[in-house]
Design a binder for this molecule. Structure first.
Ligand code: NAD
Ligand code: TYD
Length: 334
């Protein structure tokens, strides 16, 4: 089968490509990425030369380009990882989130319909469910929790999800959606909490913790997210939504302290700063549907995953330094 993987130069998409290009020699993977500030060709450089892979630079919001790509390539499966993904950016500049995350999804689905794609998979997020209270650990997001968003980012992702279900119902596009909790692992752009903390700690810079640091996220290793996406795309039921979660709820402050401890750095680097506007309190996922129906199981417990992840960043300082200096923007020679 021929796959289109959008956003494959980003954090989750690049990990996905490493996983599937090794695992499936009989499938072919086309990575499409616009290489925005969050796209880093260094993440996928080592895939060059693989027989079952190629890279195409392009924008999912460019309708004419997408139409020609689909016409030329005749994809069987489309997996849409491409998105503007950072909540803080969405608070400062919502518009690009609406264009990329909603219109981009629509353009990909129009082409999928026109060229008879057999499966369109939308990579979504648990943030579409809004947040849960801190004092109700019994409450978890299920697939039937109503969409109730807080930030322009989560609102754009929820809007895209609704559009995906509308294309299923109205036009019969064969879709699936996965909604995953906070990912961590190799190749994550250091604007997100975990790689940002590691990068700042490496340089002995202050680490900004929003508000009191009590907000809770449910952390999942990116590898476990990706085996879930792969399973859903290959075995999931058309028209269904599947939650994926890490069963690893931690307050932010605990994450930051753990990283500092493993890096032998002082907690004096922690700096409490003004809270994020509309800051979601707690995310927690119930992934029993995908576990029962598709046999998905996470392979990483948080302690092992975070230790390995910190080690990865410490062993790949050049990757971080290229981002810090801006050199990563020249990593694609095209
Ligand atoms: P990321 O920001 O690291 O990567 C996004 C990629 O999309 C980048 O390579 C970027 O260049 C590309 N892109 C952006 N706009 C594009 C466009 N118009 N055309 C083509 N490519 C474009 O994001 P990520 O963390 O890898 O997230 C991937 C997907 O997973 C997103 O849809 C996100 O909403 C979802 N998700 C992320 C998390 C998380 O914790 N990071 C959790 C659940 C779901
Ligand atoms: P982030 O990694 O941006 O992911 P998301 O907002 O999608 O959950 O943030 C994770 C948590 O860490 C969130 O509660 C906000 C908080 N945070 C900080 O306290 N300081 C920071 O510098 C960042 C980027 C996030």
């Amino acid at each position: 089968m021929k796959f289109l993987i959008t956003g494959g130069a980003g954090f989750i998409g690049s990990n996905y490509l490493h996983y599937v290009t090794d695992k499936y020699n009989d499938d072919y993977f086309v990575c499409l990425d616009a290489l925005t500030y969050a796209g880093n060709y260094n993440n996928i450089k080592d895939l060059e030369g693989k027989d079952n892979y190629k890279f195409v630079k392009g924008d999912i919001t460019d309708r004419a380009f997408i139409d020609k790509l689909f016409c030329d390539e005749k994809f069987d499966v489309v997996i849409n990882f491409a998105a503007e993904s950072h909540v803080d950016n969405s608070i400062k500049n919502p518009e690009i989130f609406l264009v990329t995350n909603i219109i981009g999804t629509e353009i990909l689905m129009d082409a999928s319909l026109k060229y008879n794609v057999k499966r369109y998979h939308q990579v979504s997020t648990d943030e579409v469910y809004g947040d849960l209270p801190l004092d109700r650990p019994d409450l978890l997001f299920t697939e039937s929790t109503p969409l109730h968003t807080s930030s322009p980012y989560s609102t754009s992702k929820a809007s895209a999800d609704l559009l995906v279900m509308a294309y299923y119902r109205t036009y019969g596009l064969p879709v699936t959606i996965s909604r995953c909790s906070n990912n961590y692992g190799p190749y994550q752009f250091p604007e997100k909490l975990i790689p940002l903390t590691i990068m700042k700690a490496l340089n002995n810079e202050n680490i900004p913790v929003y508000g009191t640091g009590e907000n809770v996220r449910d952390w999942i290793h990116v590898y476990d997210h990706n085996i879930g996406v792969d399973l859903i795309v290959r075995k999931g039921k058309i028209g269904e939504v599947y939650n994926l979660g890490g069963h690893s709820e931690r307050p932010n402050i605990e994450i930051v302290k753990l990283i500092l401890k493993q890096m032998n750095k002082s907690e004096d680097l922690i700096t409490f700063v003004e809270d994020r506007k509309g800051h979601d309190l707690r995310y927690a996922i119930d992934s029993s549907k995908v576990e029962k129906e598709l046999g998905w199981k996470r392979t990483y417990d948080f302690e092992r995953g975070i230790k390995e992840t910190i080690d990865w960043y410490l062993n790949n300082k050049e990757w971080i330094n290229d981002i810090k200096s801006g050199r990563y923007k020249e990593s694609y020679k095209g």
